[in-house]
Design a protein around this ligand. Sequence first.
Ligand SMILES: [Mn+2]
Length: 239
Amino acid sequence: MKKNIIGIAGNQLFHSPALGGHSITYTPDDFVRAVEEAGGIPLVLPITDPEKANAYISLVDKLLVPGGQDIDPLLYGEEPRPKLGLTTPARDRFEAALLESALAKGRPIFAVCRGFQLLNIVLGGSLYQDLSEYPDWRVKHDQLPTEGIFPTHSVTIAKDSRLAALFSEKARVNSFHHQAIKKLADDLEATAWSADHLIEGYQEKTGNSKIIGVQWHPELDFREQENERKLFEYFVNEL
Ligand SMILES: [Mn+2]
C-alpha cells in the first residue's frame, strides 16, 4: 500500500539555550511517532513565508495541525484581553495559509488543540481567549499536573459522526487548554462536547475538504488508549 505523506505544521523555539541561543524549528515527537505507527510518512513543515504554503501543501497528501501557542485574537476581530497567553503571529500567518491551501486543494486535515482552534478561525469562527470568559465553565480543561497519558474529563460523541466510529458515545479524553471555541464556523459541525458544553470535536459540514478535529491531545496517549491510536490510523489511511 502506498504510504501517505502527512505534513505536520512545525513550531519555533526562540533563543534556545540548547543551541547556543539560536532558534529551533520543531514539532512534538509524539506526532511524528503517532503518524509513523499509523503507517504514514511524517514531514515537518517549517514556519516560513505564507506565500510558500501552496508549494508545501503540494508536497503532502494530508495536513496535521498540532497544538501550541495562543492565537492572535485580532484574527477573529477581538482586542487581546488580560488572560491571553503567548502569541506567535508568524506561526498564525503561515499555518492559516497552510490551512487555506489544504482546503482549496481538498487535502484532508487533522486539527488538534491549537490547530482545532485555528481552523475554526480560518473558517470564520471565534474563541474564548480564556475559559474565565465562558459563563458555564465547570470542568478542569487544563489537567496539569496530571500527565497526558491519562484521560481525565468525559466527552459526549455525536452519533453518526466520524468520531463515533472510533469512540464510545461517552468517552474520556485528556485536556490541556485554557481557550475554547466560542462561535463555531458555519462550515463545521460539532461532533464532541465536554460536560460543561464546550466543543471538543468537529468535522466539516460543507466544502471539499475532509476534516477531523479534536480539542484534546491524542498524540500524548495513543500508546495507552486504543481509540486515540485508531484516530491516527483513520486520519492517515482512511480520511
Ligand atoms: Mn477539554
